[in-house]
Design a protein around this ligand. Structure first.
Ligand code: GLY
Ligand code: MN
Ligand code: MN
Length: 434
């Protein structure tokens, strides 16, 4: 059941940031896959954040100033369509259920927007997000301008509403934190299930099926992003999503998978041996990545800068690469020359929330921003070793990433995804087959 409380509070926060003017926030489009089949519908994160309303063909209008208002435009009730496609709220019920000041049929949008935009000094809108909406909104603003002779003024200031909303979304309220904890718990269970299931000779997609089964059976109908299930050398392709190769005895399996629960994402990577037992070389690299992740999580503290976890992970990895004879020279030399990038070429994390790569600035006025309570980030160092004459052969095709989701708290941090087995001994224990 939708809880109206946080949504109304979020709309108030938006109104406070706008000061005055009108914000127009459209829903996401339905996308045809082929023929009459659609891709699964995913609501627009901004509209959902402000309403909890997840039907397509909707627009939220928020007015700030002396007469603040929140108005939803949505599909009408339609007994014929509802027989085919299911329930629709319709404006009247939507207004009541979602605690809005007014709701109207989406069919009246253009006409009503001309009225609502009239005499508003500023228009806040996701500029450039969707060309069809850009054209429509600009045309409606011209329609308002055409009424100039009647004394009506069109908004003269145009701003991207996402700049305001991104800053709000960066700080997860308790309502959001509870959904993120649930998404994390389900995803941890899915990784545990995958570990228990994995055997040499299976196909990657068989393991993927276990993940999806576990997501779905807990009400998380969708993965937050396409799962990466990458055996052996496939783990060295960062965005591998083929998931159709056979798993070989002696190889590692890298799984990057998380569910979306109630609109919130989890993003977890675990890497483990297909046969349940790390080889000495695999273990050396694994322990290195794990130590770099521990250093990074340690650096994810309130008041530390965004980049601190990345820098902490890099120092540990670079020294490890020297020890493993992957890189040559001193630690400072490897960091300075960035020769570590042959084996670790991505950053150590990103914001996480409704979107897997969530919104929010990483820098403020050219400085990495300090971490603050309520922010959620991933911590995901890795090491990817492709075959090369310059690399010890025992390390070829080892691809390892370890990724957790971390909530910054007032006093430190909470690792939301702690329950997914991670140490060598935990993993080997879970994989020990009766
Ligand atoms: N799963 C996407 C990422 O780790 O960034
Ligand atoms: Mn990931
Ligand atoms: Mn990630």
């Amino acid at each position: 059941m939708t809880e109206p409380v946080p949504y109304a509070a979020r709309r108030k926060q938006l109104q406070a940031l706008m000061q005055q003017g009108i914000a127009i926030i459209p829903s996401a489009p339905e996308v045809v896959r082929n023929g009459d089949a659609h891709y699964d519908y995913r609501h627009d994160s901004y509209l959902y954040y402000l309403t909890g309303f997840s039907e397509p063909e909707a627009v939220l209008v928020v007015i700030a100033g002396e007469m603040p208002q929140s108005i939803l435009f949505c599909r009408d009730k339609n007994s014929e369509r509802e027989i085919w496609d299911g329930f629709r709220y319709g404006p009247q019920t939507a207004q009541e259920q979602f605690g809005l000041d007014a709701a109207y049929s989406i069919a009246t949008l253009d006409e009503k927007l001309v009225e609502l935009m009239s005499n508003q000094p500023a228009l806040f809108y996701p500029l450039g997000a969707a060309p069809n909406w850009d054209a429509r909104i600009i045309k409606l603003r011209e329609d308002v301008k055409a009424k100039a002779r009647t004394g009506v003024r069109a908004p003269s200031e145009l701003r991207d509403v996402r700049e305001l909303l991104n800053e709000l979304r960066l700080f997860k309220d308790t309502h959001e934190q509870s959904f993120m904890r649930r998404a994390s718990t389900i995803s941890c269970e899915a990784h545990r299930r995958a570990m228990r299931f994995t055997r040499p000779g299976q196909f990657e997609y068989e393991v993927e099926a276990e993940l999806l089964h576990e997501f779905c059976r807990h009400g998380a109908r969708h993965a937050a992003y396409t799962s990466i299930v990458a055996g052996g050398a496939n783990a060295c392709t960062l965005h591998y999503v083929g998931n159709d190769a056979r798993l070989n005895n002696g190889d590692l399996l890298l799984i990057d998978a998380g569910c979306e629960f109630a609109g919130y994402a989890a993003d977890i990577t675990r890497t483990y041996p297909v046969n349940g037992k790390f080889s000495a070389a695999q273990r050396d690299v694994y322990e290195l990545v794990l130590a770099s992740q521990a250093a990074a999580i340690d650096a994810a503290q309130p008041g530390r800068l965004w980049n601190a976890p990345h820098e902490a992970a890099l120092r540990v990895l670079a020294q490890g690469f020297i020890d493993l004879k992957l890189c040559q020279g001193s630690l400072e030399g490897v960091l300075e020359s960035e020769s570590y990038k042959q084996f670790y070429m991505h950053r150590t994390g990103h914001w996480l929330g409704m979107d897997v790569h969530d919104v929010g600035d990483y820098k403020v006025v050219d400085q990495w921003r300090p971490l603050q309570a309520g922010m959620v980030l991933t911590v995901e160092p890795g090491c990817y070793i492709r075959p090369s004459d310059k690399v010890p052969k025992a390390l070829w095709n080892i691809g390892i990433r370890i990724e957790d989701d971390v909530l910054i708290t007032a006093k430190g941090n909470e690792v939301l995804t702690q329950a997914a087995p991670k140490t060598v001994s935990e993993i080997e224990e879970v994989m020990r087959h009766e």
